[in-house]
Design a protein around this ligand. Structure first.
Ligand code: CTP
Ligand code: CA
Length: 222
């Protein structure tokens, strides 16, 4: 990194990053999930480790190699992710929740494969626990960074999430824009701080987004 103060702030900080999708089981051969590739979270973990942070990466199922100097914990469901995050929260300085967490999960997991029968099938779902909101409610010394994936009214939704989940920053992206969101190597984001300030970033690689985000956190809290 070019900015020595960013690196010195991050040195030794305990960072928890979540990445990738979560999977909710329907039956022994099926699940509900989303298109998250995990690239944004892995880029953040990699960049933070290179700045000297002590990084734990809690990842849903993705096809990515673990960055150097990063402790990786694999999870599958939202419930797994919640448990792994909560058990480390106390000792954590900064949490960056870039995972695309399932909002709903089947009420019943079928023990046996669901057989094809009628012309339609109704799956009954219940809300998952909001991990980030839970962290917001239990927040003490931690700095909390959330993501907001939106298709419309990006700023309004992002600011609502910042407030509702008691976050310090929210990284908002319009997933309908070319070069932003799921699966891409680039992202176009605006970062909102709880003070009301915002920083709009141009389209750039996820690794550059990671660098900018980590710089911004360091500048606010050094
Ligand atoms: N998040 C979470 N636990 C959930 C759902 C979301 O921790 N059960 C986190 C995500 O990791 C992300 C942030 O909340 O950092 C926002 O996720 P997003 O899907 O954009 O917002 P939601 O609050 O789930 O609202 P909606 O999907 O309706 O926009
Ligand atoms: Ca959601």
């Amino acid at each position: 990194n070019d900015d020595p103060s960013t690196a010195s702030w991050w040195k030794g900080k305990k960072l928890l990053v979540t990445a990738g999708p979560t999977r909710e089981e329907i039956d022994p051969v099926r699940y509900l999930s989303n298109y998250s590739s995990g690239k944004m979270g892995f880029a953040i973990a990699e960049m933070a480790a290179s700045l000297g942070a002590q990084v734990t990466l809690i990842s849903g199922p993705v096809e990515l190699a673990t960055p150097a100097q990063v402790e990786r914990v694999n999870v599958v469901s939202t419930e797994d992710m919640l448990q792994q995050v909560l058990s480390r929260y106390e000792e954590t300085d900064v949490v960056i929740k870039s995972a695309a967490v399932a909002d709903y999960t089947p009420i019943h997991v079928a023990e046996k494969k669901i057989k094809k029968a009628g012309e339609s099938l109704l799956l009954e779902l219940k809300k998952t626990q909001d991990i980030l909101q839970t962290l917001g409610e239990q927040k003490k010394h931690q700095i909390l960074v959330g993501f907001a994936a939106e298709t419309n009214q990006v700023e309004e939704h992002a600011r609502q999430k910042l407030k509702k989940k008691n976050l310090d920053f929210v990284v908002a992206n319009d997933v309908t824009e070319e070069g932003a969101g799921f699966g891409t190597d680039t992202n176009i984001v605006t970062i909102y701080h709880r003070s009301g300030e915002k920083q709009e970033l141009q389209k750039m690689s996820k690794s550059d987004v990671a660098r900018k985000l980590l710089e911004l956190v360091a500048t606010y809290y050094e």
